[in-house]
Design a protein around this ligand. Sequence first.
Ligand SMILES: Cc1ncc(COP(=O)(O)O)c(C=O)c1O
Length: 506
Amino acid sequence: MLANGELAIGGCAVTRLVQEFDTPLYVYDEVLIRDLMRTYRQPFEERGIRSRIAYACKAFCTVGMCQIADEEGLWLDVVSAGELHTALAAGFDPARICLHGNNKTDTELQFAIAEGIGVIVIDNFHEIETLHDLLERAGKAVDVMLRVAPGVDAHTHEFISTGQQDSKFGFDLYSGQIEQAAALVREHPALRFVGLHSHIGSQIFDVEGFRLAAERLAQLCVLLRTKYGMSTEVLNLGGGLGVRYTAKDTPTAILTLVRELIQVTESAFASHNMALPLLMLEPGRSIVAQAGTTLYRMGSRKEIPGVRTYVAVDGGMTDNPRPALYGAKYEAAVANRMRDPADDLVSIAGKCCESGDMLVWDALLPRANPGDIVAVSCTGAYNYSMASNYNRIPRPAAVLVAHGRARVLVRREQASDMHRLDAPLTGAGALPGVDLGVGTLAAEAAGAAEEHAGARPMTAGAAEGHAGARPMTAGAAEGHAGARPMTAGAAEANAGALPNTDVGIL
Ligand SMILES: Cc1ncc(COP(=O)(O)O)c(C=O)c1O
């Protein structure tokens, strides 16, 4: 804080930051980001344990951020072609990038293979076959890990926990899916198995979930070695280490938690007389969340006597959707008047057309006036990443500050960017229409139906194409709708699922 009661971030006064870059503005503290990246590496280095720290760039992915991770010797975890493009634009060596995702498209896999990705974390059976086919066609091989759902609930928010058994991510441990997956991978030489991955959730405050996951993974490593001769060179325990958003959050310090995590993993492997694999972690939130602060300008004030006072800022759920998505909590301050008594109980609203567009409920702030600067802290992770243009509100700029100097990470979108990709229906720039009328399709479908039904009749009276070929219920002559009726008399099952649409069934 400066002598005049003004907040400074990275040695830059907030009034100067907003003067120069306008609001809303994401401000990132470079020193803190680099410190945290080094903190992750330290416990491994001090013990001489082989490790790999990958920054999960989904938390905040920009070219500059990838360059920082690169300079700090980290790997990157990416989950889409867009993130991979960003990393490559940053000059990041693809051999130090790990590709995740529960539904990687063929295009994404092809792109990653062509660029020489370091490792692909396989998430499901479909991906094993797809990846194998693509590699065969390309005449290449790639290092792969298998993502395990170890059945550990990290006691985090329901919507962001991913390690439990009922999850869309990874191969389930208990039903034996992971074993089947390993056996399949072993049959495909182009898939070079290097190890296992698990990510048990996010915003995790202590080591217990990791202990359980490490124990189960160590057992699995034994099984893969003894039954399939597959050796786990790398064990990736994911990210998920928590941060303090408000005073109610009490996460273990990163240094301590990483030390504990190493300890529990070591003892899990020691108990099976197994050498410790190279350990990999992929933190996102805990690297950037606390380094980020969003600056807003205060606008309108609405006092409802005996109920509540709303003060509104010039951003909201478009730059920070987490409160609306997860009920996430934040703390705020009037950043140009840090020394003033905080005696005004207000709720900070955004400017979007949604009642749920609230940033902070019931905050005690100094009485703020229009134009005052409101700072919301700990907004560095999953804020810019999840930002939207709802109400056609441009996304803010992001700047990196250190030692009194600010550098732009992301430029501010302008109102004109909001319709940059729009195509007018008339006048200059209108695109020609594409003729996709159902008339042609209906004729094609009828022809195909006759052919198909005639070629492989599996049941009597099967002249009606696909429906007739595999009727699963009586009276199933009505296509897919008839094939899987979920309720009695559900001849229109699939069509019925889109009641408000003009559905034409061919
Ligand atoms: C596979 C995987 N790794 C790493 C992360 C990063 O988690 P966090 O940002 O909580 O550290 C995530 C987050 O969703 C993830 O799904």
